[in-house]
Design a protein around this ligand. Structure first.
Ligand SMILES: Cc1cc2nc3c(=O)[nH]c(=O)nc-3n(C[C@H](O)[C@H](O)[C@H](O)COP(=O)(O)OP(=O)(O)OC[C@H]3O[C@@H](n4cnc5c(N)ncnc54)[C@H](O)[C@@H]3O)c2cc1C
Length: 378
């Protein structure tokens, strides 16, 4: 029987968005015995081939979904993060702190590899996913949400979870003034061969405006990233991207300087301006809740976006399985808000320090402090 008042538990849930947060929520809720379905706007359900860096709290969260080993098998475990000078001399090592017995801490993954781990599980569990479909409109009636879909169908749900990412249409429908803001920096990415002895992700700091580095992704690949100030939020002509990225890497030595020579094909450069949106508490209104980037998109400085999305999903599933909707959503916020906000504001802070070195604090100390904080249970 479907819940009909605010004191009942949620039974029938719509997830809008089949990315990291949406798929993790679908798996977590299904595992708790709740009925879920997913709509995903992208008909191909494809993700572009870039790298994603995750840390011990991500592996711990995936382990809760029964996917820790699958994620590790799909990625490349490495030892942790090292900070380097521009010339490539070691400043500090932040070794990973594994939180699941038998599994590593830090992991490089390609985005398609992570997507496959999650979609394989969703298919195995038989969770319904409609591709190329989203909501046209929804109405919260107090005890449920009536949804009309773009494929002409409609449905009634106890809860709608907005997992539709940084440019969330669910957020736009309920919080029209909340929009991602350009932080002043953009991120450049390029995959190159991995030197066989590379076992760390190295961050080279000290160049005004940003930083750069690399991270192993697979046995054979690593990716180079460069986060730099981009005054005026420019758009770049596609054929110029390799030269633009190489220019930002000028002045770096060590392994980064060598690896940068391989950035030659403009079609393989992925450039994104950094746009962040950290929603205030609460991330819900009535029977609609936001999780993942829809609720708190940060910059990639701490490599925590995917982990925060999966942590949101498991905490929400936990609470919804145990409590009535209103109590569960409040309890969800109490467990998630400060933690996600800390990650978001600290990521943005690191970027601010890069753009304004004259007022900068210590990025190594801040990164270490956040890593320690995130090792605490969710
Ligand atoms: C360049 C870049 C590099 C990053 N690097 C890292 C990293 O190294 N480590 C890390 O942890 N995080 C990283 N992140 C952040 C990470 O990708 C996100 O935090 C994470 O994907 C959030 O998951 P999500 O499900 O909330 O959003 P997404 O993964 O963006 O998923 C949103 C999904 O919703 C779908 N959708 C959108 N609108 C609708 C709609 N109206 N209806 C239905 N479906 C819809 C989309 O097609 C997509 O499938 C990076 C992000 C960027 C942009």
């Amino acid at each position: 029987m479907r819940g009909t008042n605010s004191m009942s538990k949620t039974q029938n849930i719509l997830i809008v968005g089949g990315g990291v947060a949406g798929l993790a929520a679908a798996i977590g809720l299904h595992n708790k015995g709740l009925k879920v379905e997913v709509v995903e706007k992208n008909a191909d359900w494809s993700v572009y081939h870039v790298g994603i860096i995750v840390q011990a709290n991500f592996i711990r969260a995936l382990e809760e979904l029964g996917l820790g080993e699958a994620a590790v098998a799909a990625g490349f475990p490495y030892k942790g993060a090292r900070f380097m000078t521009m010339a490539g001399d070691l400043i500090a090592e932040l070794p990973g702190d594994a939180q699941v017995d038998g599994l590593p801490s830090d992991l490089g993954l390609t985005r398609p590899a992570l997507h496959k781990v999650l979609t394989d599980k969703v298919r195995e569990l038989g969770i319904p996913v409609r591709l190329g479909v989203t909501f046209e409109r929804f109405t919260d009636t107090g005890d449920g949400v009536d949804v009309t879909f773009t494929d002409g169908t409609s449905g009634r749900f106890d809860l709608l979870i907005g997992c539709d990412g940084n440019y969330s249409q669910v957020r736009a429908a309920l919080w029209p003034d909340a929009r991602p803001q350009f932080t002043g920096q953009g991120v450049w990415r390029y995959n190159v061969p991995r030197p066989a002895d590379l076992e760390w992700s190295d961050l080279y700091i000290g160049k005004p405006g940003g930083k750069a580095g690399y991270c192993p992704l697979t046995e054979t690949e690593m990716y180079i990233f460069a986060v730099f100030e981009e005054p005026g939020n420019p758009r770049f002509a596609p054929e110029t991207l390799a030269a633009e990225m190489r220019q930002r890497l000028e002045g770096f030595g060590g392994r980064l300087g060598e690896a940068a020579q391989a950035i030659t094909d403009p079609a393989l450069v992925v450039y994104r301006p950094l746009e962040a949106c950290i929603m205030p508490d609460p991330w819900y209104q009535g029977r609609v809740v936001l999780i993942g980037d829809a609720a708190h998109s940060a910059t990639p400085h701490l490599g925590q976006g995917a982990a925060m999305a999966v942590e949101d999903a498991i905490v929400l599933a936990d609470e919804l399985a145990a409590k009535d909707v209103d109590t569960a959503l409040r309890a969800f916020m109490d467990r998630r808000f400060e933690r996600a906000k800390l990650v978001g504001t600290s990521s943005i802070q690191l970027g601010e320090w890069e753009m304004h070195p004259e007022t900068a604090g210590d990025p190594v100390a801040l990164t270490r402090r956040i890593r320690e904080k995130l090792a605490e249970p969710v």
